[in-house]
Ligand binder design. Structure first.
Ligand SMILES: NC(=O)C1=CN([C@@H]2O[C@H](COP(=O)(O)OP(=O)(O)OC[C@H]3O[C@@H](n4cnc5c(N)ncnc54)[C@H](OP(=O)(O)O)[C@@H]3O)[C@@H](O)[C@H]2O)C=CC1
Ligand SMILES: Nc1nc(=O)c2c([nH]1)NC[C@@H]1CN(c3ccc(C(=O)N[C@@H](CCC(=O)O)C(=O)O)cc3)C=[N+]21
Length: 350
């Protein structure tokens, strides 16, 4: 079979000149080309065995942790430049309702990330049985607070609360999650750009850009259609001229569709759902899934895995994001980026 051509760079030098101010919507120059070949299909997801060999020598592990650090470094410089010029510190308010451990852990990570770049973070932790009015009271007060430039309500909310009413109450100028219908509408509308793009989808596209993955004209398949990840990432890919197919829980024979994908984004919340045999040889795979699975070999008794069986995927794909260390850190970096953008826009600082 003739080798396929795909533009993924393996050189770390290509990451050196990123610019957070316009990086997400700006197509990047493609540096290297990798010649791909087919590999035999692989059965059985080797969950606990770390294989070191890959039949595809040009395989790239997409390092979200490293890219997120580099983005944070750029944001830190911008935050201090703004502070020096305008005497303004960007402020992010995070509202957490209830006691979900994973949500509390994400909120801690966000706080730590804010501190690392000089963004002020304000956390409000409300009890599980809070009423809609309780939550709305905080949102309306942050909407008016000039020291707050971004507001995030950690999802999922307890089931008695109406997510729609709560998310819509965040003023669109401070909607750093990009979940407000105004921003989602602009994302979906041709020829327009939202003020804020949801952080996880933005992080996925940013990784593709930073690794010089060509999107235009490619076949992209997104597994999942949620408001947080699947739907917005499909719009972003389409806005970059990919031909996009979305897979959801009612899709029949999903593996027949994923095998056509040059770019595969998995966001279903199903541990190791995407096997090696689901992947087109040479495809770029972005694993958004965050799943805790039991592992009695580790002291905590559980382990984090994605939606993609990484050990199989690395033998077929040209590039894959790991979990942890892939999309997750990028999500938080994009939240910081959106908060900085908001502060700059509110204070008219370029
Ligand atoms: N790394 C990060 O930064 C982030 C990670 N996540 C993780 O990403 C994953 C998805 O999150 P989120 O979008 O919020 O999840 P949701 O549960 O809201 O949505 C899951 C989507 O996947 C679809 N789906 C579920 N099971 C299957 C299946 N077997 N086959 C095909 N499609 C399926 C659902 O279909 P249907 O619409 O038909 O129900 C739905 O559209 C989770 O693991 C979550 O923890 C989420 C946000 C950020
Ligand atoms: N309003 C709102 N906005 C969100 O963006 C939002 C949300 N609600 N609810 C939950 C999901 C999930 N999410 C993650 C953020 C960071 C990591 C992350 O940093 N993960 C690390 C590992 C973390 C760990 O070890 O548990 C990694 O993948 O390397 C994961 C998931 C944001 N979400």
């Amino acid at each position: 079979m003739a080798p396929l051509m795909f533009t993924v760079s393996t050189s770390p030098l290509v990451h050196a000149h990123s610019n957070i101010r316009n990086s997400v919507f700006m197509p990047r120059r493609c540096f290297g080309q990798i010649h791909l070949h087919t590999t035999p299909s692989i059965r059985g997801c080797s969950l606990s065995i770390r294989s070191t060999s890959s039949p595809y020598s040009g395989f790239t592990r997409i390092d979200g942790k490293k890219e997120a650090k580099s983005i944070r470094d750029e944001i830190k410089i911008e935050v201090s430049r703004m502070n020096a010029s305008k005497n303004v510190v960007p402020g992010l308010a995070v509202i957490l309702v209830g006691e979900r451990k994973d949500s509390a852990s994400y909120v801690r990570s966000k706080k730590k990330a804010c501190e690392s770049v000089g963004i002020k973070s304000v956390d409000v932790c409300l009890p599980e049985d809070s009423s809609e009015e309780d939550v709305l009271k905080y949102i309306l007060s942050f909407n008016e607070d000039p020291s707050i430039h971004g507001i995030l309500v950690q999802l999922p909310l307890p089931s008695h609360l109406n997510e729609h009413n709560i998310v819509n109450a965040i003023c669109k100028e401070k909607d750093v999650d990009g979940f407000h219908p105004f921003n989602i509408g602009l994302l979906a509308k041709r020829g327009s750009e939202p003020d804020f793009v949801p952080c996880t989808p933005k992080g996925c596209i940013e990784l593709l850009h930073r690794y010089n993955v060509e999107i235009e004209g490619k076949r992209a398949v997104v597994i999942g259609r949620s408001n947080i990840v699947g739907m917005p990432v499909a719009h972003l890919l389409q806005n970059e001229d990919a031909t996009v197919t979305t897979i959801h829980s009612k899709t029949r024979n999903p593996e027949e569709i994923t095998r056509e994908a040059d770019i595969l984004i998995a966001a279903a919340g199903q541990p190791n759902m995407v096997r090696g045999s689901w992947i087109k040889p040479g495809a770029v795979v972005i694993d958004v899934g965050i799943n805790h699975v039991q592992d009695l070999n580790v002291p905590s008794g559980s382990r984090l895995v994605g939606d993609v069986c990484y050990e199989e995927a690395r033998k077929v794909a040209s590039a894959v994001t790991p979990v942890p260390g892939g999309v997750g850190p990028m999500t938080i970096a994009m939240l910081l980026s959106n908060t900085l953008t908001s502060a700059k826009s509110i204070h008219k600082f370029q």
